[in-house]
Design a protein around this ligand. Structure first.
Ligand SMILES: *Cc1c(COP(=O)(O)O)cnc(C)c1O
Length: 411
């Protein structure tokens, strides 16, 4: 088994337990009817992980279809602008489809095919995960249905069109507010009915066990490549590694190999950027760790934004990928354990970083990724002008052009 797929765990850092708990977080809080499907998935995943054919096929697709390894770009002009010694950008924006999500959807669709399921379903809010799932399904010849709230369908016409072009069926969900949470519930209900021939592709490192672990494994290629690229260039100790956190898949994919293959002394500070929206002192943000409390949502226990009655609250962020009211369970654990630091970043700070990367490096990042980039000036103050920082650029900014035009970002 190659390192790119599953990093070797040489430390005491071994999570989750057999029931999918990362400390107190995670687990599987689902209706009885879903339990057999999750057991079947767990078993299939256990077998696939050690199956050379499966691993070879996944790695082959990552290389020749996704375009991996993605470069680790030294951003010299950006480093100078923010006052750091070195800044290295892990370029997930250069993958096929333009974001890290494809690593995960290809992995899960391969697993679906291995399990003999001819059909995958997904749910999507802004449409990015829907497009990534439809892409992988098209490639592997799987039928694909994407559940999407009617309000989101209206707002995300371009992604809806892309999914249809890729051969997916977009299933409108008219319940509730017609947004992501309603689409999740509809997809789960549908899965229960069609579990025999249908695989549920989850879009981030969350959901009931074993999804968080599965998604982590598929996304860990980000961190494993980064470590190898740093070694190849004889870049010694890195001071910090930063990634944005929505559900937490690009962040855990970046951090996990650093957590497992480096000792505490060698390990850089790991930093996650949460969406602070209009400010964590307002009601309009997506900062589940800074402002949330533990509870159960969408089948797992984790920090989430909830009202006094324990109902999930609506999250807000200028970036569609970060406006989820919860966070993957492993991040809750890493937060409480003090292994990763999570810092809130506002819309305004993210937009500033978006513009800065664009005109210092000629790289237009996704607004999600801009949240991670926005922490560079803060880290420079803390770590000093000699420090080296790695940032995962989770995706490219083409999809965000309307938003930044509205914000009047160009000079
Ligand atoms: C979806 C998305 C995110 C947020 O998802 P995670 O699971 O937290 O990684 C971040 N960046 C981009 C570009 C995305 O499309």
């Amino acid at each position: 088994m190659s390192d790119a797929f599953l990093p070797s765990a040489d430390s005491t850092y071994r999570t989750p337990d057999a029931q999918g708990f990362f400390g107190p977080y995670g687990g599987s809080f689902v209706p009885e009817t879903v339990v057999p499907a999750l057991r079947e998935l767990e078993q299939a995943w256990k077998e696939a992980q050690t199956d050379e054919l499966f691993i070879d096929e996944f790695e082959g697709l990552l290389a020749d279809y996704v375009g991996r390894p993605t470069p680790l770009w030294e951003a010299k002009r950006l480093a100078e602008a923010v006052g750091l010694g070195r800044v290295l950008l892990k370029r997930e924006d250069l993958t096929h489809t333009g974001a890290h999500k494809i690593n995960n959807t290809l992995g899960q669709c391969l697993l679906a095919r291995r399990m003999g399921k001819g059909r995958v379903i997904a749910e999507t809010g802004a449409g990015q995960h829907g497009v990534a799932t439809a892409t992988a399904a098209a490639l592997l010849g799987l039928e694909c249905a994407v559940f999407m709230g009617t309000e989101d369908i209206r707002r995300q016409a371009l992604n809806v069109y892309k999914m249809k072009l890729l051969g997916a069926e977009v299933v409108p969900v008219d319940d509730g507010t017609g947004t992501l949470a309603d689409a999740v519930s509809a997809a789960l209900r549908h899965w229960v009915e069609r579990v025999r021939d249908t695989f549920y592709v989850i879009g981030s490192a969350l959901g009931p066990h074993p999804y968080p672990t599965l998604v982590r494994a598929f996304q860990s290629v980000i961190g494993s490549e980064t470590i190898a690229q740093l070694e190849n260039r004889s870049i010694g100790k890195v001071d910090a590694v930063v990634a944005c956190v929505g559900g937490g898949s690009n962040a855990i994919g970046t951090f996990y190999p650093f957590l497992t293959s480096l000792s505490a002394e060698e390990r850089p500070m790991l930093v996650g950027a949460e969406a602070a929206g209009e400010g964590i002192e307002t009601a309009r943000h997506g900062a589940s760790l800074a402002k949330g409390s533990p509870g159960v949502m969408h089948g797992f226990y984790s920090y989430l934004l909830q009202d006094e009655g324990g109902n999930p609250m609506e999250a807000y962020s200028i970036s569609a990928g970060l406006d989820y009211p919860g966070i993957g369970p492993e991040h809750s654990h890493l937060h409480d354990a003090g292994l990763v630091r999570y810092m809130p970043v506002t819309d305004a700070e993210a937009l500033e970083a978006f513009a800065l990367l664009s005109h210092t490096e000629g790289i237009i990042p996704a607004i999600e990724s801009s949240h991670a980039l926005a922490l560079l000036p803060r880290l420079a103050k803390e770590l000093g002008p000699e420090a080296t920082v790695v940032v995962t650029v989770s995706g490219r900014g083409d999809k965000d052009m309307d938003i930044v035009r509205e914000a009047g970002l160009a000079r």
